[in-house]
Ligand binder design. Sequence first.
Ligand code: BG6
Ligand code: MG
Length: 220
Amino acid sequence: MRLTALIFDLDGVIADTSDLHFQSWLQVTPEYGLLVDHALNDRLRSRSRRASLEIILAENGRELSESVCEDLMARKNQVYLQLLQGMDASALLPGVVPLIEEASAAGLRLAVGSASRNAEAVLRRTGIRDRFDLVVDGNRDLPSKPAPDLFLEVARQLATLPDRCLVIEDADVGIRAAQAAGMWSVGVGPVEQTGQAHVRFDSLEHVTLADVLAALAEAA
Ligand code: BG6
Ligand code: MG
C-alpha cells in the first residue's frame, strides 16, 4: 500500500466539538417541541447541518416549513459560533497532533474533509490550520457524507488517486463516504459508529503512523 495523503474528518476526530453541536441544538429545538438526546446527537456526527435537522425532525415525527428550518439552522449556528469563542487548543483530541506531525515528517499530504461550514474557524481556534495543506468543507456545497464527493475533491485537489488516501473518521456515515470514494478508512471511536472501517481505534491517543499502517496492511 502506498499512501500519499491523510484526510482527517474534523468534528470528533481533530476537535472535540460533538458536545458543542449538541448544546447548540438544545438551545433551539425545545421551542418546537423537538427532543434531542445523546443517542440522537451521536447519529448527527459528520452529517451536514441540514441533514442533522432532517434527522431530528424525522426522529420526532415532525415536519416544519422551509422558512422555519432555515431560521432554526441559522440560530443553531449562532449559538455554535458563540460557543466556539471559548474554544482553544485544549479541544484537540488526544493523539491527533502527534499523528499529524509524524505523517507530515513522513512526507504525507494532510487534508481536512469535513461537512462543517465552520471548519476553518475550529481549525484556527485550535491553532492547527497551518498544519494542513488543504481543507475541503461544507462551504463547497458538495453532496454531503455518505456521498464520497468531499473526499474525492480532496484527492482531486491533491492530484492523487483515491486508493492512496486514508480517511480518519469518527462516524459511520463518514466511513461509508470514504469507502464509496475508494479510499482506506480508519475509524476512531466505538465499534457501533466505526465498525465498518478497515481498521478501528478507540481513540488516536498513543496511536502512531506505524500502528495505523501495520493495522491496514493486516486488514488489506
Ligand atoms: C460535522 C459534524 O462535522 O459538521 C456535525 O460532525 C455537524 O455534527 C456538521 O452537523 C455541520 O457542521 P456546521 O458547523 O456546518 O453546522
Ligand atoms: Mg466527525
